[in-house]
Design a protein around this ligand. Structure first.
Ligand code: IMP
Ligand code: MG
Length: 186
């Protein structure tokens, strides 16, 4: 393993280069899909901020940004589907083309809650771009218009994703060593 990999990481699942290549591809698709339109990117804090920042800079369109912050009740490594809104949108989205930007879809409960919430505000269009999704874990059927990587159903950190608020700044995603969890095993 190369020396720049964090000591707490057991295995790198997707490298920084692979992530950046995928983001260029996704941004190209978004640029083609929304040509001639203004897009409002809605990022789901905190996890999506790293992805949204890289994605946005590759999109060749006029874009605006907004953010929502949500927390799902439950343990730190599994979402319960009960979503609490910590920060709502700053802008009205009625008649806007909204692209919801998510870091990872696991059960899909968080994103389906947000979809219902945003749909009720009457956007002209509403699509999802998620960098990662976990194979076979979705509790609800989801139409992800711009999907990134399918990953195995394991807990990962890096590229915006945290364990107990740490590791968000790693440029790759990886699996933690058991020792890094302390008493709070996933
Ligand atoms: P879902 O509601 O089960 O789809 O969970 C989605 C949210 O849970 C994401 O926005 C993440 O914040 C968090 N999450 C799910 N899987 C992971 C993971 O492997 N690492 C870190 N956070 C995760
Ligand atoms: Mg999280």
């Amino acid at each position: 393993m190369s020396p720049e990999v964090h000591d707490d990481i057991a295995e790198v699942l997707i490298t920084a280069e692979e992530i950046q290549d995928k983001i260029r591809e996704l941004a190209k698709q978004v640029t083609e899909e929304y040509r001639g339109k203004d897009v409002l990117l809605v990022g789901v804090l905190k996890g999506a901020f790293v992805f949204m920042s890289d994605l946005a800079r590759e999109i060749q369109l006029p874009i605006e940004f907004d953010f929502m912050a949500v927390s799902s009740y439950g343990s730190s490594t599994k979402s319960s589907g009960v979503v609490r809104i910590l920060k709502d949108l700053d802008y009205e989205i009625t008649g806007r083309h909204v692209l919801l930007v998510e870091d990872i879809i696991d059960s899909g409960l968080t994103i389906s809650y947000l979809l219902r919430y945003l749909e009720a505000r009457g956007p002209a269009s509403l699509e999802i771009c998620s960098l990662f999704w976990k194979k076979g874990e979705q509790a609800v059927p989801l139409d992800v218009r711009f999907p990134g990587f399918e990953i195995p159903s394991v807990f990962v950190v890096g590229y915006g994703l945290d364990f107990a608020e740490r590791y968000r700044n790693l440029p790759y995603i990886g699996v933690l060593k058991p020792s890094a969890y302390g008493s709070e095993a996933p």
